[in-house]
Design a protein around this ligand. Structure first.
Ligand code: SF4
Length: 88
């Protein structure tokens, strides 16, 4: 094995470690984003639309079934008092 091959493997390993670190960081951010802290009762969450507003149209909704601010499983067809429409 020549030096060029060793450097190439070292670079590859470095890139794999960097990629794994990035994936782990993204997963951590995603897990934290899923952890809404306001309970559903306080948010007046209901599992049906209110005045035509649905979680799927809210900026806080995380597909498929979470919310950035409200805890627990969130239906895309639900709604709560913190509804904030996505910009078109
Ligand atoms: S309306 Fe928005 S803030 Fe309220 S539970 Fe649904 S996604 Fe979360």
């Amino acid at each position: 094995m020549d030096d060029a091959t060793r450097i190439s493997r070292r670079d590859l390993i470095g890139k794999l470690v960097a990629a794994a670190t990035a994936v782990a960081a993204f997963a951590g951010l995603r897990a934290r984003a899923k952890a809404g802290t306001i309970d559903q009762q306080t948010a007046h969450y209901v599992s049906h639309p209110t005045f035509g507003n649905t979680c799927s149209g809210c900026v806080h909704f995380i597909s498929p079934d979470s919310c950035q601010i409200v805890a627990g499983t969130i239906s895309p067809h639900g709604s709560c008092k913190y509804y904030s429409p996505k910009m078109p």
